[in-house]
Unconditional design. Structure first.
Length: 417
C-alpha cells in the first residue's frame, strides 16, 4: 500500500506499529512515508519566555478576543469538549460530581477583571480537566481513559473544522464534501474573510523594536504559499523505552480512536504529550509531583528575516535555502489551545479537590457559560507559582504584579463587605 501521499490510508495497526518502532528502537530518527519521528532529551523545566512566540500569540488572541464576533473561534473547542463529556453515558454521570472542567490562564483573568489590560492580556485558551483523586484507582483510570479519547476526538474535530474554514482548497472538493464539512462551520464566509484580514494586519503592525530582529511576520492565512510553508504534521510525545531521560516525537496521521478524523498537514497542528511527570518544586528534597497528559493545538506563523544572519530558530531553513533561491524563513508558533488531564497523584489535583473553587461566567458574545477559578483560587495559583513551585526568572516579575493586583481586589472586596 502506498502511504507516501495519502495519510488517510493509514490503518490503526500501521500507526501503532510506527509508534512502537519509534519508542522501542535505538534510532535517533526515522520515517515512514511523509511521517517522521525523532528522539529528544526530556525537559522538565518550565519554559522560558520567547519574544517572537509571545508576540504572535498576543496578535492571534487579541484579534480573536477583542472582536466579540471572533471569540467563538477560540471558545468553540470548550463547547465541543463539554458536549462530548455530557453526551457520553459514562462521563455524563460523573460530570460536575467527579469531573470538573475549568478555563484557566490569561483568558480567565480577563473574565474576572472585566476585560484585558497590560497586566492581564488575552492569551491562549487553557482548559484543565480535573477528576476526583479520591475515587478508587480503577474508577479514576476508567474515567481518565475515556476522557483521553474524548479530548483527542475534540481536538481532532476542532482542527478539521478550522482547516475547512481557513485552509481548505474548496475548488478541489466535491459538492458532497463541501456540504458535509460546511455543516460544522460556525462562522460565515464573510466573517472568516474579515478575520483573515484583521489577523494579517495585526502581524503587519508588529514593529522591529518589539521583535528584536529585522524582518517581518507573515500569516499562513495570507496566501497558499505561506500556508504550505507553515504547515506541519500533528504528533504525539511518548517516553523512549530505550534511551534514558528521552522522549520521542512521532508524527501521526490520526490519533487513537479518531481514525475517522484524519489530521491534515496544515498550519494548525495538534499534539498529545503523554510524558509529563516531574517535581514541581525543582528541589529533590521537597517533591511535589506534577503529572498530567497535555493536549495542544498551535498555530504556525512565519518570520521572514531581512538578512540570513537574522534567523536563528531551530526550525528555520538553512543557508542552502537562500542559495537555491527559496525564501528563507523561520517558524514561529503561536500558542492557541492547551487542554490537560491530571493524573491521580498530581499534587495540584489533590489541592483543587481539597480547597479549589470555581465560578460561572457568561460570555455573551458567544452565548456560552464558562467555568473559571474564583478570585481566591487564582491568587493561590499565582502564590504557588512564585513561592512554592519552580518559577522561571523571566516570568517572576509579571506573576508578582498579577498577584499583587488580585490581592488588592480581594482586600477591597473584603473591606466593602
Amino acid at each position: 500500500m502506498d502511504i507516501n501521499n495519502n495519510s488517510n490510508c493509514w490503518t490503526p495497526a500501521m500507526r501503532n506499529g510506527f509508534i512502537e518502532t519509534a519508542i522501542n528502537g535505538d534510532a535517533e530518527r526515522g520515517s515512514k512515508g511523509p511521517y517522521w519521528f525523532n528522539v529528544l532529551p526530556k525537559n522538565n523545566k518550565p519554559d522560558e519566555a520567547s519574544v517572537k512566540k509571545e508576540l504572535v500569540t498576543r496578535a492571534l488572541m487579541n484579534t480573536i478576543f477583542e472582536n466579540p464576533q471572533y471569540r467563538i473561534i477560540a471558545l468553540k473547542i470548550y463547547d465541543i469538549l463539554i458536549n462530548k463529556i455530557t453526551s457520553n453515558p459514562f462521563t455524563r454521570a460523573h460530570y460536575h460530581r467527579n469531573i470538573v472542567v475549568q478555563l484557566k490562564g490569561g483568558v480567565s483573568y480577563t473574565y474576572l477583571m472585566g476585560g484585558s489590560s497590560d497586566m492581564f492580556p488575552y492569551s491562549d485558551v487553557d482548559i484543565v480537566v480535573l477528576i476526583n483523586p479520591n475515587l478508587p484507582k480503577h474508577l479514576f483510570d476508567a474515567i481518565k481513559d475515556t476522557l483521553n479519547t474524548l479530548v483527542l476526538q475534540t481536538i481532532s474535530q476542532y482542527k478539521r473544522i478550522i482547516d475547512f474554514m481557513f485552509f481548505s482548497n474548496r475548488e478541489m472538493m466535491s459538492p458532497d464534501q463541501i456540504a458535509k464539512q460546511s455543516a460544522e462551520q460556525f462562522m460565515s464566509d464573510e466573517l472568516i474573510a474579515q478575520f483573515r484580514s484583521d489577523y494579517n494586519e495585526a502581524l503587519a503592525r508588529l514593529t522591529v523594536e518589539e521583535m528584536g530582529a529585522e524582518g517581518m511576520f507573515v500569516s499562513p492565512l495570507d496566501n497558499k504559499e505561506f500556508r504550505n510553508a507553515a504547515s506541519r504534521h500533528s504528533y504525539i510525545l511518548a517516553n523512549s523505552n530505550v534511551k534514558e531521560d528521552s522522549v520521542v516525537r512521532v508524527d501521526v496521521p490520526h490519533f487513537e480512536m479518531c481514525e475517522r478524523i484524519p489530521l491534515k498537514k496544515t498550519p494548525i497542528f495538534c499534539s498529545h504529550n503523554r510524558t509529563i511527570r516531574f517535581n514541581r518544586t525543582g528541589d529533590s528534597d521537597n517533591e511535589m509531583r506534577g503529572s498530567f497528559d497535555l493536549y495542544r493545538i498551535r498555530f504556525n506563523n512565519l518570520f521572514i528575516p531581512s538578512s540570513p544572519s537574522a534567523s536563528s530558530d531551530e526550525d528555520c531553513d538553512d543557508d542552502s535555502a537562500s542559495r537555491n533561491g527559496r525564501l528563507q524563513r523561520e517558524n514561529v508558533i503561536a500558542d492557541f489551545v492547551d487542554i490537560s488531564i491530571s493524573s491521580q497523584d498530581d499534587v495540584e489535583l489533590a489541592q483543587f479537590w481539597q480547597s479549589g473553587r470555581s465560578m460561572l461566567v457568561n460570555d455573551i458574545a458567544s452565548s456560552m457559560w464558562i467555568v473559571i477559578p474564583d478570585l481566591v483560587s487564582m491568587m493561590n495559583d499565582l502564590y504557588k507559582m512564585l513561592h512554592v513551585y519552580e518559577c522561571p526568572e523571566s516570568k517572576r516579575a509579571k506573576r508578582q504584579m498579577r498577584y499583587d493586583t488580585l490581592k488588592a481586589v480581594y482586600d477591597k472586596t473584603c473591606y466593602e463587605n
